[in-house]
Write a protein that binds this ligand. Structure first.
Ligand code: NAG
Ligand code: NAG
Ligand code: NAG
Ligand code: NAG
Length: 466
C-alpha cells in the first residue's frame, strides 16, 4: 500500500489530524551467539580497528544485511559508463559545493564545526562518517538515545554507504563527512564565518542555506524504484489522460512548516497576503501552510480544489486526477518524488526548499509553480485555468515530469549521484583524511552488525530497498 500521507517530516507536529507514523518493516531480530561472544578477529577489529582493510566480511550475518541494502552490483565499468549518460543529474553538485571551492576548501576546522554542531555530538540529528580505502567507517560514536525514529534514518544512510562501497569500492576517495537527518536545513549561510562554513549533507536546502543536498532516506525506506517507478507505465495506461478528472487534488497531513526568519526564499504568506506564521523563537517561524491551503480551498473553491487531510487516498488513485497539488511539509516533502511518476500535471508549491534533483524539474516544463514567493495560494486558480485551456501542453508537461523520475530518480542513478558528490566533496578537502589516531573508528558494517542489531532489539535497522 502506498502511503497517501507521506512526509519528509518526521517529528510530527499536527494541528488536528492524527499523525500516521510511516509504516515500518522491522527486520526480525534473531539472537546471534557470535554477537554476544564476538569471534577473536572481530574483537580485534573493534579494539585496534585496523584501517584500510577490505570490508570485514562476516559471512554468517552478511547475507542477511545484504538483503536489506540490496544485492545488485553492476560491473564497475558498466556502472561508470551508465553514470556518464546522466550528465545533467550532477549539475547541482558544483553549485552546492561552491562555498568551499576556494583557497580554504573544506578545512579540518570547518569539518570539526560540522561535527560539533550538527551531529549527535552537538545534540543534533546527524553522524560523522568516513571512507578509507573504499570502506565506510563511523568516526564518531553516534548517540542514539533520544533520537527516536531518526536512529532509523541514520541506519538507512549507513546502509546506503555500504551499498556504495560494494558498487564502487576504491572509486570512492578517502574522505570524512557529516550526514544529518533532521527535516529542515540548518546551516544558514549568512550566519557562518567566511572560510569556516560547516559542510553538512542533508536531503534539503534553500538558497540561503549551505546544506549540501543528498537523496532523501525515503527513497530507500519506501522502495521507491520498486513501488513508484516500476509501475509508472502501467498506471499511465490505466488512467488515460482524457479520463482523468480535471480538478486539483491532494491529501496531506497538516504538518506545520518550520522556517528560519532570515531564509527569505522560504517565507510564506496566506490568502490575500495574510500572515499564517507565528514566531516560535528568534530562529523559528511556525507556519500553517498546509492547513491554511485546505481551509481556504474548502471554504472558497470546494468544486475545483479537492485538497484535504483525509480520508486517505492511495497514491495510485491520485492518478485518477489531472492536476495534483504538491505542498511541502515541515520543510521539503518527498511527496513530490511520489507524484512525478503518476503522469498527472503537478502544481508545485514554490516553497523555496530544494533537493538534489530540483534543477532537473523546471517550471512550465515539468510542473506549474503555485503559491509563489511573496503571494498567497490564489495563483492555483490561474494555474488551473491555464491548464484547462492548454490541455495538450499540460499532458506533455505531465509526461516530461514522469520521464525525469524514470531516468534520474531510480536507485541506480541515485547511486551515480552519490559517487559524483562524494568525489567532488573529497576533491575540496584541505586535510588528509586519516584513520590513525581516531578515538573512535568502526566500519559501518561492523556497527550495524552490533549496535544496529541490538539497539532497541534491532527494530530501527530498517528494511531498505533492493
Ligand atoms: C537478492 O535479492 C533478491 C530479492 O530479495 C533475492 O531474491 C535474491 O535471492 C538475492 N540474491 C542474493 C545473491 O542474495
Ligand atoms: C571548483 O571550481 C572550478 C573552477 O570553476 C571547477 O572547474 C571545479 O569543477 C570546481 N570543483 C568542484 C568540486 O565543484
Ligand atoms: C530578505 O532579507 C534581507 C536581509 O537579509 C532583507 O533586507 C530583505 O528585505 C528580505 N526580503 C524579503 C522579501 O523578505
Ligand atoms: C500580495 O502582495 C503582492 C506584493 O506586495 C501583490 O503584488 C499582490 O497583489 C498581493 N495579493 C493580494 C491578493 O492582495
Amino acid at each position: 500500500m502506498a502511503p497517501a500521507c507521506d512526509d519528509s517530516s518526521t517529528t510530527a507536529l499536527v494541528i488536528s489530524s492524527p499523525y500516521h507514523p510511516i509504516r515500518r518493516q522491522f527486520i526480525t531480530y534473531r539472537l546471534k551467539l557470535h554477537l554476544l561472544f564476538p569471534s577473536l578477529p572481530s574483537l580485534l577489529l573493534l579494539l585496534v580497528a585496523p584501517p584500510l582493510l577490505p570490508p570485514m566480511l562476516l559471512p554468517t550475518v552478511r547475507g542477511d544485511l545484504t538483503r536489506y541494502y540490496g544485492n545488485i552490483t553492476y560491473p564497475l565499468d558498466e556502472q561508470l559508463a551508465y553514470c556518464n549518460t546522466l550528465g545533467n543529474l550532477y549539475d547541482g553538485i558544483r553549485e552546492d559545493l561552491r562555498r568551499w571551492n576556494d583557497t580554504t576548501g573544506i578545512s579540518r576546522e570547518a569539518l570539526d564545526l560540522a561535527i560539533n554542531r550538527y551531529t549527535t555530538k552537538g545534540g543534533q540529528k546527524g553522524m560523522t562518517l568516513a571512507f578509507y580505502g573504499g570502506v565506510p567507517y563511523l568516526i564518531d560514536e553516534p548517540k542514539l538515545e533520544g533520537l527516536g525514529h531518526h536512529v532509523n534514518i541514520l541506519f538507512t544512510y549507513m546502509l546506503v554507504m555500504l551499498d556504495l562501497a560494494r558498487q564502487y569500492g576504491s572509486q570512492i576517495p578517502n574522505m570524512e563527512f557529516v550526514i544529518a537527518s533532521s527535516d529542515r536545513p540548518l546551516v544558514l549561510a549568512a550566519d557562518q564565518r567566511p572560510g569556516l562554513i560547516p559542510p553538512v549533507m542533508r536531503f534539503c536546502s534553500s538558497d540561503e542555506h549551505a546544506d549540501i543536498k543528498i537523496p532523501i532516506f525515503h527513497f530507500y525506506t519506501k522502495k521507491y524504484t520498486h513501488k513508484y517507478l516500476a509501475n509508472a507505465e502501467q498506471l499511465a495506461a490505466k488512467y488515460p489522460w482524457d479520463q482523468r478528472q480535471p480538478i486539483v487534488f491532494g491529501r496531506f497531513s497538516k504538518y506545520y512548516r518550520y522556517i528560519h526568519p532570515l531564509a527569505n526564499s522560504t517565507l510564506r504568506l496566506g490568502a490575500r497576503n495574510s500572515s499564517i506564521c507565528r514566531q516560535e523563537s528568534p530562529l523559528t517561524l511556525i507556519c500553517a501552510v498546509r492547513a491554511h491551503f485546505m481551509e481556504w480551498a474548502a471554504r472558497r473553491y470546494p468544486d475545483l480544489l479537492d485538497v484535504k487531510s483525509g480520508p486517505r487516498v492511495s497514491l495510485e488513485k491520485h492518478a485518477a486526477y489531472k492536476y495534483l497539488l504538491h505542498l511541502d511539509g515541515q520543510a521539503l516533502s518527498s511527496r513530490l518524488e511520489q507524484l512525478l511518476p503518476l503522469r498527472s500535471l503537478i502544481l508545485k508549491e514554490d516553497s523555496g526548499y530544494k533537493t538534489f534533483y530540483y534543477h532537473l524539474v523546471r517550471p512550465y516544463e515539468h510542473y506549474i509553480p503555485v503559491w509563489r514567493q511573496g503571494g498567497g495560494p490564489e495563483d492555483v486558480l490561474g494555474a488551473l485555468r491555464w491548464a484547462t485551456a492548454h490541455d495538450k501542453e499540460a499532458e506533455r508537461i505531465a509526461a516530461a515530469a514522469q520521464a525525469v523520475a524514470l531516468k534520474y530518480l531510480n536507485k541506480r542513478a541515485r547511486s551515480c549521484y552519490w559517487l559524483r558528490l562524494l568525489q567532488a566533496y573529497a576533491s575540496l578537502q584541505h586535510f588528509t583524511p586519516d584513520p590513525s589516531g581516531k578515538v573512535y573508528l568502526i566500519p559501518v558494517e561492523q556497527y550495524l552488525e552490533t549496535t544496529g542489531r541490538t539497539f532497541e532489539k534491532g527494530k530501527q535497522l530498517h528494511k531498505i530497498e533492493y
